[in-house]
Design a protein around this ligand. Structure first.
Ligand code: ADP
Length: 270
């Protein structure tokens, strides 16, 4: 199989993904989608943005094409490029072009990580032109009516270089994601990890303790994702203290003192 060819059929989500709404994000996304407005998901890592996109793609019955952006990602990676195969040059659409042509949902995760030149292709897609300039082909492709652009961004990592420009952000309907309420987070941990309610409650308490340390030695507290990881280890028979250390503490810090402090917090609970 040619790994560069994206078969959008393969990107349909057939089974309903488990997603607990935390507010009116489902209704807002649906309204934005129906009005062809692009959506910006803001929030820390591991708080449900990807799961939400999977859920919305399932709900709207559209394929979901996700691109994890990184600092080497260029406009060509998104749009496509000429490839030479057996002496022949062929054009291969990138994931964004595929989504634009076939009416898929394109989710660009951590958009600020991508190179600046990616904005050149995103801007005309993210306003009412809904066009994709394909410079190398000299084409301007109009997006399928069912196409949707969604991007995510973590405002927590504040740096001038990693900030979204106003000219970009003011094109999107913005949905803020944060950690679910304690009751909801407990439910998510029970459902996703298969632990009992009492264990989930302790994990959520532990997460809150680490989140309170954000800014005083920790860049970020434990995310819902990490609680699910720890819960899965516990459900598999690992001692809770060990699960908290390996799935949570070691994942959020390398600092020896901070590690000891975080571990002390978990031993106060388990
Ligand atoms: P993000 O994309 O924000 O980094 P994810 O969507 O990957 O985070 O969420 C991480 C994990 O946390 C998911 O795989 C899921 O187990 C759990 N999760 C977080 N929020 C929710 C939610 N609202 N409903 C269901 N599961 C959730």
């Amino acid at each position: 199989m040619n790994a560069r060819t994206l078969d959008t059929e393969a990107y349909f989500i057939e089974r309903e993904p488990y997603y607990e709404p935390t507010g009116d994000e489902v209704a807002v996304f649906e309204a934005a989608y129906r009005n062809k407005l692009p959506v910006l998901l803001k929030g820390p890592t591991g708080c449900g943005k990807t799961r939400f996109m999977e859920y919305m793609a399932w709900r709207l019955k559209r394929p979901l094409i996700t691109v994890s952006c990184h600092d080497d990602l260029t406009a060509s990676d998104l749009v496509g490029r000429f490839l030479v195969k057996g002496g022949e040059t062929t054009w291969v659409d990138g994931p964004l072009t595929r989504a634009v042509r076939t009416g898929a949902i394109c989710y660009l995760d951590e958009i600020v990580e991508a190179r600046k030149d990616t904005m050149v292709v995103i801007h005309p897609l993210a306003d009412d032109r809904r066009t994709l300039p394909m410079e190398k082909l000299g084409l301007l492709v109009e997006a399928d009516d069912r196409f949707c652009l969604a991007v995510s961004y973590n405002p927590g990592y504040q740096s001038v270089l990693k900030d979204l420009k106003q000219s970009t952000r003011q094109r999107f309907v913005a949905l803020e994601f944060s950690y679910p309420s304690p009751e909801l987070e407990r439910k998510i941990v029970v459902t996703e990890a298969g632990v009992d309610a009492a264990t989930a409650e302790k994990l959520v308490k532990f997460a809150h303790m680490t989140r309170n340390l954000k800014g005083s030695g920790l860049e970020e507290g434990a995310s819902t994702r990490l609680l699910v990881h720890a819960g899965k280890l516990i459900a598999a028979g690992i001692a809770p203290i060990t699960a908290c250390r390996t799935a949570i503490a070691e994942a959020i810090t390398d600092d020896a003192e901070m590690l000891a402090a975080v571990q002390e917090l978990s031993s106060s609970l388990f």
